[in-house]
Design a protein around this ligand. Structure first.
Ligand SMILES: [Fe+2]
Length: 133
């Protein structure tokens, strides 16, 4: 049996064409050690289904300092409700796969996001952020 590794299973594409690819919205340049907002979402251009049977379960955000090899885990956003309700109908609460946090960094690097669709698997996106002194 062929050995499987996660890196070969994580898919990637332009989020403008592929509804599963996470979108990272953040400034291209930030001020050193000043908080800035990072928003992550799935389905910004092409909406992803959000049903009990087919939905985005989570998005994770990482930061990789320039020249580094170990990404730092920044945040995990769990989307736990996809319409299910206690009465058996799919008319409950829906969590849209979109969330935000504020971070500060002291060097340039790359924001990396991964997301998980319960039907179509793992996806990733990267976006560079430059720190200006
Ligand atoms: Fe999907």
């Amino acid at each position: 049996m062929r050995k499987q590794t996660l890196d070969k299973l994580i898919q990637s594409d332009d989020w403008k064409n592929e509804k599963h690819a996470p979108v990272i919205e953040a400034p291209e340049q930030v001020v050193k050690n000043s908080y800035f907002k990072v928003e992550v979402s799935v389905g910004k251009e092409i909406e992803h289904p959000n049903t009990v049977e087919h939905h985005i379960r989570w998005i994770e955000l990482y930061f990789l300092p320039e020249g580094g090899k170990i990404p730092q885990h920044v945040a995990t956003f769990d989307f736990a409700s996809h319409g299910e309700s206690g009465d058996g109908d799919d008319d409950g609460v829906y969590t849209h796969p979109c969330s935000a946090t504020c971070i500060r960094i002291d060097c340039s690097g790359t924001l990396l996001a991964s997301s998980y669709c319960n039907i179509h698997g793992l996806w990733q996106t990267a976006r560079e952020v430059e720190v200006k002194e």
